[in-house]
Design a protein around this ligand. Structure first.
Ligand SMILES: *[C@@H]1O[C@H](CO)[C@@H](O)[C@H](O)[C@H]1NC(C)=O
Length: 143
């Protein structure tokens, strides 16, 4: 009996440790919703709705694939979860660099990189049309 309950609590602890990160992405109330229109693309939606490209993907881990190739008209997306909803954004233009973007927005580098965890410190992986968060508040996208 003791052995069984010890085993059970081990299994429960393991299961919650494994499922929590994923559950965190799904949980939390949606702050803003958006209904996909014909011809929409992720960066187009992001720029028009003031949401970063990263946040849109992060908030919709199952609805949007990694190439954003599976959007369908009438589909309802959540743009941001309560407390994890950056609405202050910058659309990357050709020739933009991270320093210019965060300096232009008047925010520290740390805030910029915390809110854009997909952007490399070297900034080599941003691209024209990508939408970045330039809010002065730091959002926690880790859970
Ligand atoms: C997006 O932000 C801009 C600049 O602050 C604002 O003018 C515009 O109304 C916002 N659009 C939406 C859909 O919130």
């Amino acid at each position: 009996m003791f052995k069984f309950s010890a085993l059970l609590s081990l299994v429960v602890a393991y299961a919650s440790a494994v499922t929590l990160p994923l559950a965190g992405r799904q949980s939390g109330a949606c702050a803003r919703e958006y209904t996909v229109a014909p011809g929409d693309a992720c960066n187009k939606i992001s720029a028009a709705q003031n949401v970063s490209t990263f946040q849109l993907a992060w908030t919709n881990p199952t609805a949007i694939d990694q190439w954003c190739s599976n959007l369908r008209p009438e589909q309802v997306l959540c743009l941001g979860k309560e407390g994890k909803d950056c609405t202050d954004v910058h659309v990357v233009e050709a020739g933009d660099g991270c320093w210019a973007i965060y300096t232009g927005a008047g925010i520290p580098a740390e805030t910029f990189f915390a809110n854009n965890p997909n952007v490399a410190r070297t900034c080599h992986n941003i691209y024209p049309g990508e939408v970045l968060c330039v809010a002065s508040e730091v959002f926690d996208y880790s859970t």
